[in-house]
Design a protein around this ligand. Structure first.
Ligand SMILES: [Zn+2]
Ligand SMILES: [Zn+2]
Length: 226
């Protein structure tokens, strides 16, 4: 695997004491350090795609939680690895939340490196969607160093296995999220376990693992005589 710079990047987040953000440019690179160098191309051409990859990799998913009782809307996944006691120092009182919400937040926890790996994997998959832009050579070679050669047009929905078009991201900009980040096992956030799914497929899968989901569907088809 590619050797990375990994120098600490200073930011002003109140959570900096928990995890130091690091540079993921190749070791010995020129110029400024960059936490997400593999997203640079998307930041230039389609910021919403880059923002989505970064958000889905590093933040817990935000349900439409509004009241304090319902918990924080989105929070860095590695913050959710802290104990209840430690979280109090950041103004998060878990004892005020309902058990269901706590469980949901806790199962979305992931360490910093896993989140970065997820971001890398999602970026690698986006470039392989139908109608996706061509990656600049440096980014392509960088991503292929982690996950192997790209096969353009090969990214399929993790659930229904139909191809996913990059154009669906454009619909999302108009307030309709048609592509969602999907977890083969909803309680694991790492590169191997993530991919993209159609929104309706992701909703159908729900809290089941993909294996359990297919078994469930199989049973339904059998019982209904299909
Ligand atoms: Zn660097
Ligand atoms: Zn699908």
């Amino acid at each position: 695997m590619l050797k990375l710079c990994l120098k600490t990047i200073n930011s002003r987040s109140k959570y900096d004491g928990i995890v130091q953000k690091r540079c993921h440019l190749p070791h010995g690179h020129k110029g400024r350090c960059d936490e997400f160098p593999f997203l640079r191309h998307f930041y230039e051409m389609d910021k919403s795609v880059a923002d989505k990859i970064k958000r889905d990799s590093t933040m817990t998913t935000g349900a439409a939680w509004k009241s304090e009782d319902a918990g924080p809307n989105r929070i860095l996944r590695w913050v959710m690895l802290l104990s209840d006691e430690e979280l109090k120092n950041f103004g998060l009182d878990m004892s005020k939340l309902k058990p269901g919400i706590i469980a949901k937040l806790r199962e979305k926890a992931a360490d910093y490196d896993s989140c970065i790996e997820v971001a890398l994997k999602l970026t690698w998959l986006v470039y392989q969607m139908e109608d996706a832009p061509q990656p600049p050579r440096a980014i392509r070679e960088y991503l292929e160093g982690f996950f192997g050669q790209m096969d353009f047009g090969s990214t399929v929905c993790e659930v229904c296995k139909l191809p996913i078009s990059f154009k669906l991201f454009e619909l999302a900009q108009r307030g309709k999220a048609e592509i969602e980040t999907c977890h083969k096992n909803p309680r694991l956030h790492n590169a191997e376990n993530v991919g993209f799914a159609h929104r309706e497929c992701n909703i159908a899968q729900g809290a089941k693992t993909l294996d359990d989901f297919y078994e469930w569907i199989e049973g339904i088809l059998e019982r209904s005589g299909h």
